[in-house]
Design a protein. Structure first.
Length: 149
């Protein structure tokens, strides 16, 4: 290795690994929920009321698709972040857009509050959006600083 190529080598900061692993774990929870709900896993769905199950089953195909983009995009974006790939940025954008469209449906077009009840779900939704925005901004910052290639 020449001196000039050694000086171009970017060292990956420790926080990339920490954030990447935590992001992957966080997004795998969403992917697990999606998979168990869409595969109609009886054990997983036993925690829900019949009205809540009917609510999930009433999702139009476009909502299921945007939900899939949100959760699986988050998983893929996290993997790409761990691999230090710039493509994590547009994947996190797609994931965030998918989440926002899904939440728009749930809160504005469907009667989420009457079916799922309570403000705790809304608080969790806000947390999901905050994490999604944070991961997008974080990965964009890493890309700008040459840490993602």
């Amino acid at each position: 290795m020449t001196e000039s190529s050694a000086s171009l080598r970017v060292v990956t900061p420790w926080h990339v690994w920490l954030v990447g692993v935590l992001a992957l774990l966080w997004n795998c929870v969403g992917a697990f929920d999606y998979f168990m709900t869409e595969s109609h896993n009886a054990s997983y769905l036993s925690a829900f009321t019949p009205q809540q199950l009917a609510y999930f089953d009433s999702f139009p195909a476009w909502v299921v698709a945007t939900w899939a983009l949100g959760v699986w995009g988050g998983v893929l974006g996290s993997v790409l972040l761990l691999l230090r790939r710039k493509s994590a940025v547009p994947v996190f954008v797609i994931s965030l857009v998918g989440m926002l469209i899904t939440f728009f449906h749930n809160y504005m077009l469907a009667d989420w509050f009457a079916t799922m009840g309570g403000m705790s779900g809304l608080a969790f939704t806000v947390a999901i959006v905050i994490v999604g925005v944070a991961l997008l901004l974080y990965s964009r910052s890493l890309a700008r600083n040459g840490i993602l290639r």
